[in-house]
Design a protein around this ligand. Structure first.
Ligand code: NAP
Ligand code: FE
Length: 367
């Protein structure tokens, strides 16, 4: 057997894990930039836990709480400017994928002068601020990945910046912060995590270890479908989703994402459809496409979910996601052309031809 697997983040999971392990943050530096969204970190107690931990360690901090959903490039430069002005030497992200991804870009830009047009060109130096992540959605797995996804207005899509230097040093996973997560956000983020693990199974870069993690993640998410539907997740179920989402992050850190993420980016950028929901709407048609070519991979995924057919898979996702948005033929063609050019397509084990993509969008949106 031959494989490579990278998972350099130290993961600390459990209720009250930040307060109980505050000392872990002590080696990160003297002053932190805490990167969050506008509201949730203040409301769910995570910001207070982090500031108490830092204060207890004698560390200073500044707060950048301007990260919006699907963070923009100007947001990353803005946060980096504050990091420089405040003389911080590490970054702590609290929130969903948006603050975590913004924090990773900030960690690079605070130390390296990179013009906007070269931001996604790679070749970053290792001189990056160390990062700790506290995920408060169970979806992106960004706390264990080397990716930062930013809305790119020049390219009119979401662009990914990837570097081994932005793997977070620490991830603190405490599901108590998610107890007030609204039903729609819970569903959309869990479907993003499902999509990571499913796409990891269908990646040309999949291996024995990523399969093991992906199937465990898929199992854990599917087991929560009913409670997600009823909006009645217990702390234990929130924990399972957070764990499954972290596994999904470890998977895509090694396999990359595939056609589903490639096709979903335009749905988010142009139609404002949540990232996880966009993936969920596309998953059934892509899985049917793959089933015709490599049925055994789809069979493994369905078995892990306790399902016996793709019809069951589609019905389960429809129940959670409801009716899709409407899409025009012009949008189908434009989004297909954009998806065909992404690097994610290269990861597909069964790679759709560019001319197959419009049919996948049409099937997903019932047009
Ligand atoms: P998000 O944009 O980070 O957050 C969505 C919403 O949920 C925000 O309004 C946020 O409020 C709120 N929220 C977060 N935690 C909450 C909590 N515990 N309780 C109540 N509300 C809470 O959504 P996301 O789906 O987690 O992240 C999506 C982004 O991640 C996209 O940009 C996507 O492209 C990216 N992504 C990255 C990777 C990767 O590997 N790096 C993988 C997949 C997706 P506040 O703004 O007030 O916090
Ligand atoms: Fe994703």
């Amino acid at each position: 057997m031959k494989f490579q697997f990278l998972a350099p983040t130290k993961i600390i999971m459990g209720t009250d894990c930040i307060r109980e392990n505050a000392v872990v943050l002590a080696d990160m530096g003297k002053k932190a930039l805490i990167v969050t969204g506008a509201r949730s970190a203040k409301a769910n107690g995570s910001l207070t836990d982090v500031t108490a931990a830092l204060t207890g360690n004698g560390q200073e901090y500044a707060v950048y709480d301007k990260v919006m959903s699907n963070p923009t490039i100007p947001c990353a430069y803005d946060g980096a400017a504050l990091a420089k002005e405040q003389g911080v030497d590490f970054v702590i992200a609290i929130g969903g994928g948006s603050p975590m991804d913004a924090a990773k870009a900030i960690a690079i830009l605070a130390r390296q002068d990179i013009p906007e047009e070269k931001l996604f060109s790679g070749g970053y130096s290792p001189d990056v601020l160390p990062i700790a992540c506290i995920p408060t959605t169970a979806g992106t797995g960004s706390e264990v990945t080397q990716y930062s996804i930013l809305s790119n207005d020049k390219a009119q899509t979401k662009s990914g910046l990837g570097s081994p230097f932005i793997f977070p040093r620490y991830a603190f996973l405490d599901a108590k912060y998610m107890m007030g997560l609204p039903r729609t956000t819970t569903i959309n983020t869990a479907i993003d995590a499902l999509s990571h693990s499913v796409e990891g199974m269908l990646s040309a870069r999949a291996g024995a270890l990523t399969d093991t993690l992906a199937l465990d993640s898929i199992r854990g998410i599917a087991a929560c479908f009913d409670a997600m539907q009823r909006d009645s997740l217990s702390l234990e179920q929130r924990e399972s989703l957070l764990y499954a989402s972290m596994l999904g992050g470890m998977v895509i850190a090694n396999t990359g994402t595939t056609a589903v993420h490639a096709m979903g980016y335009s749905l988010t950028y142009f139609k404002n459809i949540d990232h996880g929901r966009a993936n969920g709407l596309l998953l059934p048609s892509f899985l049917r496409y793959v089933e015709d070519r490599i049925p055994e991979r789809i069979a493994s995924i369905l078995t892990a979910m306790g399902l016996d057919s793709m019809d069951g898979f589609k019905a389960a996702l429809d129940a959670l996601l409801g009716e899709p948005e409407s899409l025009t033929s012009e949008e189908v063609d434009r989004f297909s052309a954009m998806a065909a050019q992404t690097k994610n397509m290269d990861n597909c084990l069964a790679r759709p031809d560019p001319k197959d993509l419009p049919a996948l969008y049409r099937e997903s949106f019932g047009i």
